[in-house]
Write a protein that binds this ligand. Structure first.
Ligand code: NOJ
Length: 587
């Protein structure tokens, strides 16, 4: 434990097991920051082409200032053929014309900083686009050439080399290898194959190559020089592969982490494992940490506590904590929390396990419930199986209960924001937006939908353009009313302009929570369970500094002690906290 001991005051009735001790010491901003994820193509459209862009972000920064977030993370806006919505980067130092220009980014950065909002950008180091200059020269060069050495090219197996080099599957479905077209100088094994853990348009880089390492350090400096405050690192657990690329019988599919050797009991995961961790020789290899130690040193040359946040689907939590050891990255998304269902015992267990693991290395825990890769938590929690984790939802699937889902999602968010540590909020969750579950197949764009041959809906349903104004065309997404994916009619009632200043709206709940969280210092507070959780196994109750957070996941209401002050509530509360409701109390 590196933090300064500062136990929250406790009374006789409220004393409970201390799980995490807060700190009053000076701290870096990212330790308790609330960071808002902008998915640029769906946030706000400045030029009217139906696709969100950087000027759109700049124009809507006041929404974020009003909400009260500390920082914004932008998904990729770099030059890209957009085969995976920008996670296929062709030029890491340029902005895709779809999203604007480098000057637009400079302007957005300055405007965000003026409002006291820090800016984290996305870095995609596991793979490039097949349109990247390096891959293009690799294709033109011969097998065994230095140009090919920056990627993972291999000869095939079998006498004619026509079997893939190993049995790995792509995370988006189908094989993880693609064979090149024949060329005259092919040897007896014919054309080579290249590895792509994702789409065939996203070839994996070979991180044993010094040029790859040097290039990304230079890319970091390019954006640090521009003034960004940090990087969200895509597939941070995937850069280094096991020597010899051995066959592996497990599954890397996007949502079924429990099908491999690590099936877990979601009821009481001692180590926090929920099936969010992806295993195998392509993930979480020890060699990856050296890369982040080098990046840490690069960031440390700059002022202002710049940070690295790992997108690493790694379990158990003690393995994930290795990414945030001193001298490595600063945050790692807690996907074990995200993938825990609506179950008080399982949530208590994963919360405690998260602090146990991260306190060991002196790192904050980084909470998250939604992002651009998962079904929005408003809809996940409205499914009959509220622990279910489909990769998208089709119109023909059982549909989430929208009202129940929203009630639980608000309760889940208020629970999350009451926890010490940092928290990420995905655009639209502050409006209570549901997943779009009725997108027609011909409009879907996610490569996961195509590579599973339509078996999985994929992630388009959580990427639908944001409704800003209930009465405008395209709900005010842009000046022309065009939207790259259609918005469901129901978005009208979630529009931002219907929620501003309206007591009880989801936006005002988030705003009140963020303000109280800041005023009460909850982000750097401690956590002590309240004994017996108000007498119900379906209640989560803890003290964080002077605030008691109580989430009632059960079916029966919980009576509040008389005289307590309710600071924030996720739903109507009188003397009782109803089912699927969270309250923050001063006690
Ligand atoms: C994780 C990103 O969040 C996801 O959107 C992307 O498809 C994959 N990494 C591949 O870059």
């Amino acid at each position: 434990m590196t933090s300064t001991q500062q136990t929250a005051p406790s009374t006789e009735t409220l004393a409970g097991a201390v799980v995490h001790v807060g700190s009053e010491a000076a701290r870096e901003w990212w330790r308790d920051a609330v960071i808002y994820q902008v998915y640029p193509r769906s946030f706000a459209d400045g030029d009217g082409d139906g696709i969100g862009d950087i000027p759109g972000v700049t124009a809507r920064l006041d929404h974020l200032a009003r909400l009260g977030v500390d920082a914004v993370w932008l998904s990729p806006f770099y030059r890209s053929p957009q085969k995976d919505a920008g996670y296929d980067v062709a030029d890491y130092r340029d902005v895709d014309p779809l999203f604007g220009t480098l000057a637009d980014v400079d302007e957005m950065l300055a405007a965000a900083h003026e409002r006291g909002i820090r800016v984290v950008v996305d870095l995609v180091p596991n793979h490039t686009s097949d349109q990247h200059a390096w891959f293009q020269v690799a294709l033109a060069a011969a097998a065994g050439s230095p140009e090919r050495a920056r990627y993972v090219f291999r000869d095939g197996r079998g006498p004619a080399g026509d079997e893939a080099p190993n049995n790995w599957q792509s995370i988006f479905g189908g094989p993880a290898w693609t064979r090149l077209a024949p060329r005259e100088d092919d040897g007896p094994l014919g054309p080579q194959w290249y590895l792509h853990l994702f789409d065939s348009s996203q070839p994996d880089l070979d991180w044993t190559h010094p040029e790859v390492r040097a290039e990304f350090e230079d890319v970091l400096r390019f954006w640090l020089d521009k003034g960004v405050d940090g990087f969200r690192v895509d597939v941070a657990h995937g850069l280094v592969k096991a020597d010899g690329l051995p066959d592996w019988e497990g599954s890397v599919a996007m949502v079924d982490g429990t099908t491999d050797d690590e099936a877990v009991d979601p009821g009481a995961p001692e180590d926090g494992s929920t099936g969010a961790g992806r295993h195998g020789p392509m993930f979480d290899q020890d060699g990856v940490h050296e890369i982040y130690r080098a990046w840490h040193r690069v960031l440390a040359e700059y002022d202002g506590d710049r940070c690295l946040v790992a997108e690493a689907w790694v379990e158990p939590l003690s393995r994930l904590a290795r990414y945030v050891r001193p001298g490595e990255m600063h945050q790692a998304f807690n996907f074990s929390f995200l993938t825990t269902g609506w179950d008080a015992a399982a949530l208590r267990s994963v919360i405690a396990a998260s602090y146990r693991a991260n306190d060991e290395v002196g790192a904050p825990t980084t909470w998250v419930l939604s992002n651009h890769d998962v079904v929005r938590h408003t809809s996940r929690l409205g499914l009959t199986d509220a622990g279910g984790r489909p990769n998208g939802i089709f119109a023909t699937d059982p549909q989430p209960d929208e009202e129940l889902g929203l009630r639980r999602a608000r309760a889940a968010s208020l629970l999350m924001l009451g926890l010490p540590g940092s928290a990420y909020v995905y655009q639209g969750e502050e409006l209570g937006l549901p997943e779009h579950t009725a997108l027609p197949a011909d409009l879907r764009q996610d490569p996961a939908f195509f590579r599973t041959l339509g078996a999985e809906a994929g992630r388009d349903g959580c990427r639908v353009p944001i409704p800003w104004s209930a009465d405008a065309a395209g709900f005010g997404f842009g000046p022309t009313g065009k939207t790259w994916l259609p918005q469901p009619e129901s978005f009208a009632r979630y529009a931002a302009d219907l929620q501003y200043g309206v007591a009880g709206s989801t936006f005002e709940m988030y705003r009140a929570a963020l303000a109280a969280r800041r005023a009460e210092g909850l982000g750097h507070g401690g956590l002590a369970w309240l004994d017996a959780h108000a007498g119900s196994p379906d209640v989560i109750a803890f003290r964080n500094r002077d605030v008691v957070v109580l989430a009632n996941l059960g079916t029966e209401p919980v009576t509040l002690p008389s005289g307590v002050e309710v600071l924030v509530a996720s739903g109507p509360v009188a003397d009782e906290v109803p089912s699927d409701t969270t309250v923050w109390l001063r006690a």
